[in-house]
Design a protein around this ligand. Structure first.
Ligand SMILES: [Zn+2]
Length: 265
């Protein structure tokens, strides 16, 4: 009996072991199958995600391409629309774009001929008020913009920033080539003779105060106002003025909005 019991016990143990083994086997098989299924699902999801991303990227590129074409056509056209062209990171300008007629506003600085008289008037009226200011940047070609961008980035690299930091900081203050308004010939940087630095304090000079108050009368807007960087993608630039025409300049200034907001972008 004892032996039997032992045997039974053995059998029981064996049985339990076999059952456990079987259960474990099933579990492993099940888990294995589950893994295969979920791997398939994961792969499918990843593929779908990739396709979605690719589609979005493609749509984004197409949108940009269309914007580039539209921008080039708008600028080249003679209708009033040219003055409302939007150039930013999402609306680049074709790298080969060149204003049809450039006119020198001061030695070495040219702008689109269509804004010359208003710009001259603004500078002359400012001077008549006893202010002293000058244009420090006007039309910049794609190549010049590339050089400006690279120089600014190099400057930051020299300050021991990592390439990524340097790139991020630079792109907040210097437009990527193709996305700069200076390539349109419709934008100018004007600074005070008293204070030459391109920083926030430029905005405190009498010259900038006057320009900010009166530029709309000449068809210009302060293009990158403070607290609008999230919309424009560019930091506060109290020296960068953009020609948009007198009607738009008045409305944009009165409403305290950006060109992006004005155009519903
Ligand atoms: Zn500028």
């Amino acid at each position: 009996m004892i032996k039997f019991d032992i045997d039974r016990h053995k059998i029981k143990t064996l049985g339990a072991g076999a059952a456990a083994g079987l259960a474990a086997g099933i579990l492993i098989t099940f888990l294995g199958a589950y893994c295969v299924i979920s791997e398939d699902r994961l792969a499918a999801a990843a593929k779908e995600e990739q396709l979605t991303q690719e589609n979005e990227q493609l749509a984004e590129e197409l949108k940009k391409e269309r914007a580039v074409q539209e921008n080039t056509e708008t600028l080249a056209g003679d209708e009033d629309g040219w003055q409302l062209i939007l150039v930013n990171e999402d609306h680049p300008l074709d790298s080969s774009y060149e204003p049809e007629k450039l006119t020198e506003i001061s030695p070495g600085y040219e702008v689109d001929n269509r804004i010359v008289s208003d710009l001259r008037q603004m500078l002359d009226d400012g001077a008549a008020e006893g202010l002293s200011m000058y244009v420090t940047s006007a039309y910049r070609s794609y190549e010049q913009q590339t050089q400006t961008f690279n120089a600014s980035m190099q400057n930051r690299l020299n300050q021991k920033m990592t390439p990524l930091e340097a790139y991020q900081e630079t792109s907040m203050s210097v437009a990527l080539p193709g996305t700069s308004e200076h390539a349109t010939g419709l934008a100018v940087d004007i600074i005070s003779t008293e204070y030459a630095a391109l920083d926030d304090r430029q905005g405190d000079t009498e010259e900038q105060k006057w320009l900010m108050e009166h530029c709309w009368e000449y068809g210009f807007i302060l293009r990158y106002p403070p607290e609008k960087s999230d919309i424009t993608g560019i930091i506060y630039e109290p020296w960068h003025y953009r020609y948009v025409g007198k009607d738009a300049a008045k409305e944009i200034t009165e409403q305290g909005i950006t060109l992006e907001e004005y155009l519903g972008q």
